[in-house]
Design a protein around this ligand. Structure first.
Ligand code: ATP
Ligand code: MG
Length: 281
C-alpha cells in the first residue's frame, strides 16, 4: 500500500559524525545546560542540568506538575526555553532544530495525531516524513502493527481508536525511523499489561543496540525494572539523580531494601500526614 507519494528524504547525512557541533556535549546523547521555563510568575523548570550517555535508559520521575513534560517539550524542540541550552547527539536543538529532530523519536504528552488516517497510514506517513526508504517503511509498519497488536485495527481511522491504541500507534511512528535518541512522555500510562510488556521489550532491545531512551513515568515498578539511571524533579528542580543503587544509598541511608517508591517519597519530602477527609466521618 502506498497511500503517500514518495517524499524526497531530508538532506541530512545520517552517517556523518553527530558530535562535531559542540565539543562540550560530545560524549552525551542528551545534555541540558541551565534549562529554564517560566510561565509568567511560575518557574516550571528551574535550571535543569542533565547529561545522559548513549545507550542509557533514563527515567524521569516527579509528582504531577513537577515539570517533566515541560522539560521534555524543551528538549525535543516543541517549547522554546526561557533560557538555557539543550543538545541531542551533540546538536543544539534550538540552533539547529532540523538536524536535531532527525536524530530523535518523540512520544509527546498530548498526542497530536491525524485523526482521519488509519493506523497503518499514520505509521507509514511518519516513516516517509523521516525519509526512510519505502520498502523499509512498509516492512517495519507491518511488523510494528503486528507486535503492538494493532494489525486487526490497522484499517480503522485513528479517531475511532481507544486511548491505548492511540498511544501505541504514536509510539510506532516515533520509533520506525530507528532514531538515536527517543523521548517518551508517560509511554506506559493507559497501556494494557500485554502491550506494556511488548513495549518494554522493544525499548530494551533498542537500548542494547545503542539507542538512548529518556522517558517520564509514574509507574515505579517499570522504572525500577528498566532504567539504568533515574532523575527526580520536584517543583521544577532536579532533586536527585543517579543509578537506582546510588539513589537508594543517598535517600534511604541504611535501608538497603528501600524501593524506588520509598526513595521517591523520601526525596520529594512526603510525610505521613493525615489524609482522611473530614466530611467522610
Ligand atoms: N502552557 C502552560 N502555561 C502555563 N503553565 C503551564 C503550562 N504548561 C505547564 N504549566 C505549568 O508548569 C508546571 C509543570 O507542568 P508539567 O506539565 O511540566 O508537569 P508534569 O511533571 O509533566 O506533570 P504530570 O505528571 O501531571 O504530567 C505546572 O505547574 C503546570 O501548571
Ligand atoms: Mg506531564
Amino acid at each position: 500500500m502506498e497511500t503517500f507519494p514518495e517524499q524526497t528524504p531530508p538532506s541530512i547525512d545520517y552517517a556523518q559524525p553527530l558530535l562535531e557541533h559542540n565539543q562540550l556535549a560530545t560524549s552525551y546523547a542528551i545534555q541540558t545546560q541551565d534549562l529554564v521555563q517560566n510561565f509568567g510568575q511560575k518557574v516550571a523548570v528551574n535550571h535543569l542540568n542533565l547529561s545522559v550517555r548513549p545507550g542509557e535508559f533514563f527515567g524521569f520521575l516527579g509528582p504531577n506538575g513537577a515539570g517533566k513534560s515541560t522539560s521534555i517539550k524543551m528538549m525535543v524542540g516543541l517549547l522554546r526555553p526561557t533560557s538555557g541550552k539543550v543538545y541531542v547527539g551533540g546538536v543544539d536543538v534550538w540552533q539547529d532544530p532540523l538536524r536535531a529532530r532527525a536524530l530523535m523519536g518523540v512520544l509527546p504528552e498530548h498526542l497530536n495525531l491525524y485523526e482521519r488516517l488509519t493506523g497503518r497510514e499514520f505509521i507509514t506517513f511518519a516513516g516517509h516524513m523521516y525519509g526512510v526508504p519505502a520498502a523499509d517503511v512498509t516492512r517495519r509498519t507491518e511488523e510494528l502493527l503486528r507486535v503492538l497488536d494493532l494489525a486487526d485495527d490497522a484499517e480503522k481511522m485513528i479517531v475511532d481508536y481507544s486511548v491505548g491504541m492511540r498511544k501505541k500507534v504514536a509510539l510506532a511512528a516515533a520509533i520506525l525511523h530507528r532514531p538515536q535518541v527517543i523521548f517518551l512522555d508517560e509511554p506506559f500510562e493507559g497501556i494494557d499489561p500485554v502491550s506494556s510488556r511488548v513495549i518494554r521489550d522493544i525499548l530494551q532491545d533498542l537500548t542494547r543496540r545503542g539507542t538512548t531512551i529518556f522517558f517520564s513515568s509514574h509507574i515505579m515498578a517499570v522504572v525500577e525494572r528498566l532504567c539504568t539511571r533515574v532523575g527526580i524533579i520536584n517543583q521544577g528542580v532536579l532533586v536527585a539523580e543517579g543509578t537506582l543503587q546510588e539513589l537508594r544509598e543517598r535517600a534511604s541511608g541504611e535501608d538497603k531494601d528501600a524501593t524506588l517508591e520509598d526513595v521517591f517519597l523520601n526525596v520529594i519530602g512526603v510525610r505521613n500526614e493525615n489524609h482522611n477527609l473530614s466530611w467522610l466521618e
